[in-house]
Design a protein around this ligand. Sequence first.
Ligand SMILES: [Ca+2]
Length: 452
Amino acid sequence: MYDQSEGRVILNKGGNPREAFNRLVRDKNYVISMLRSGGGHAVTPVTVHMGSKVSADSDSMSPDATPVSWDPAIPRYRTIEIYDNNFPGRRRFIGIDWELNEFCYDREDSPTEVRPDYTGKPIYTLPLSIWRNSRTRPRIIEDSLEILYEIVAGDANVEHEDASGNKWGWDADGRFKEAYPEAKTLFLMDGLEEQTKSALFFPPPGTVPAVTRIRGGGGEYCFHADQGSVMVQLHANSTKGATDTINLETDTKDKLCGFQLTPQASLTNVRACIGTEFSTTETATFDLSQMDLVGKEVFSVALVDGVRAIEVRNTAAQALTYDLKVNAVDYGAGIGGNRYFGQVTVPAGATQTIALADWPQNANLRADTDLDNDGTPDSTAFIDALPSPELHITRTGSQVNVSWDHVPGTTLMTSPDLINWTPVGGVVLKGSQASYSTTIQKSGGEVYFQLF
Ligand SMILES: [Ca+2]
């Protein structure tokens, strides 16, 4: 996640126990993160010790042992004394083998355990400030308010290329290359499988990549770009071996305002989101879902400068339809929530502007359609918001039945605790009605539903 050794962000590239130790010698305002295949653990440093208790008959170190004072004759070991909230009231220690530049830590504290749970290179120090300051949006670096970053997650590899042909990412053969001058990257970790799942990519300030290629593995992927108050997102089911091309769009101030997508092969069930703050008290996210995109044709969505509107372009020779949901909040007026507008159609080859026509109520959209792309709209229509659907839930014993008037663009979500929500599969549609049935496995268990 954060610069370990070379002044850049890095997390899955091995780690550097010596660097982590040296950083803690100077400053304890860090959280220590350790990783192993399939998971990680975070602990708080208390102090550092030069040296470690080493058993007499072996040169291995014992991370749980109480360290002795530094013995200059045995300069090989260092120890980080930590607080581990899995072991309240216990002194705990991470051992570092200075020669091998490796660490070890026993998570289980089991006397019978032969090998430590956490060992090798992947130990990191992350500034406490990452946790201490509030977070309201997916933003990683504190001063990144106006810094553009991009990330691709899921079953796809990404490659960014600048106007000079410099590249960062995975090439067509799946080889990782990092030759994009002045770009910064922040790798995210997913186990220790020696393969990067995702990385935040920061192009040089004031620039966007000339092109971003997403090579699909056949499963779902998500592309996300963020700058200041603007966020764009794409969710797609990739075509194995096909390359989807993204070109970010910028406004007159060179700030992110949207993106173009050109899929190599046709894509179904695509979702695009674009969100922004119109002012410090007004935010809106336009959520376009259920789109079928034609291969090699351009779909684009962008914010329109200075007004509460987006522009959608469809270069295909067939109409584009999508289900539109708008999540808008006016904090000053105290009004906010989801509005569903059902299916919207962009004719073949047309550009359409969708404006929030009655802010802050947002019960009404204005759609201006420019059929021939000459910059002058050829038709105007108003789209009313659909009534928000109500859930009807009945429960008999462990059997739960949920039904509602189906509104395009809505997703049934479920939660065991009102905190973690997941989409529900297996919803049955009958005309304008939708229903879902499930059985609660745990006796006395609770389950919650909402439409989103
Ligand atoms: Ca026109």
